[in-house]
Design a protein around this ligand. Structure first.
Ligand code: IPD
Ligand code: CA
Ligand code: CA
Length: 261
């Protein structure tokens, strides 16, 4: 089973799931809540069903972790990590910054990843050692090293129990960096860092499906991904920092001051 075969199957799944998401985008959606501020729609669920069904058919036996209740964990050694719709709040408000995120982890390492925005028709993809691409064109992180010219992107967890800790680095970035954004989809945030549209992304409380594909796309485009304290990226980490290598150390010093969750 080749890395390129896994990547092209992940892309195919994302394109098909994109049809479901597009179908729902301009409709009035019925929104259920899994927790406070944590919405889900029939389109999140249908997208996951389609992707999981396709993987089960093509690769029976592979493990699969999906946000909407899929957890097939047999210790097979290959695990698909899926966010069937990242940016559900944007989706329910018809803001077109949303994505389907699919990663393939082999023996604990992310080897292939796709992030697909079906509304803007943007496909971001990477496989380990082969670079990252946006709609077929190679992408690189930006070469900006000066904080005063750097754009920082973040997101806020649905759980609101660490608002003071979350505000701390935000204040420093707002004071010292050029600009600060909250786009509403961690997958899109990371794809934009990979393309050089922003210099630093950080967030706490994310889940494996939010960051797995994005972590590979950022590193394959020349960026660095770690936790807030410089520790190696793992999908299970509770904090993430992604940046271009020229500004990473500056951002890391800011993030290190955040008390561990
Ligand atoms: C959310 C988005 C958002 C981030 C949240 C995530 P969802 O994922 O990625 O940008 O700030 O923490 O949970 O729920 O839309 O798939
Ligand atoms: Ca998500
Ligand atoms: Ca989701």
């Amino acid at each position: 089973m080749s890395q390129s075969g896994l990547l092209s199957f992940a892309k195919k799944c994302a394109l098909y799931a994109g049809e479901i998401i597009r179908e729902g985008f301009n409709r009035v959606k019925k929104v259920d809540f899994k927790g406070i501020g944590d919405p889900v729609t029939e389109f999140d669920r249908r997208s996951e069903e389609l992707i999981v069904g396709a993987i089960r058919k093509e690769y029976p036996g592979h493990d699969i972790l999906g946000e909407e209740a899929t957890d097939i964990n047999t210790g097979y050694g290959i695990r698909w990590i899926i966010d069937p719709l990242d940016g559900t709040v944007n989706f329910t408000h018809s803001i077109p910054l949303i994505a389907i995120s699919i990663a393939v982890e082999v023996e604990g390492k992310i080897k292939a990843g796709v992030i697909y925005n079906p509304i803007l028709n943007d496909m971001y993809e990477a496989s380990a050692g082969n670079g990252a691409f946006h709609n077929g064109q190679p992408i690189r992180v930006s070469g900006i090293s000066d904080p005063e010219k750097a754009l920082v992107i973040t997101g806020f967890p649905y759980k609101r129990d660490r608002v003071d800790e979350i505000m701390k680095p935000m204040k420093t970035f707002v004071e010292k960096y050029e600009a600060f954004r909250r786009l509403g989809s961690a997958a899109i945030d990371m794809a934009y860092i990979a393309c050089g549209m922003g210099e630093v992304f950080y967030e706490e409380g994310l889940k494996p499906w939010d960051t797995a594909a994005g972590s590979l796309i950022v590193t394959e485009s020349g960026g660095i991904v770690s936790d807030y304290y410089g520790g190696e990226y793992s999908p299970e980490n509770s904090t993430i920092l992604a940046a271009n290598p020229l500004i990473y150390s500056n951002a890391l010093e800011i993030m290190k001051k955040v008390p561990k969750p």
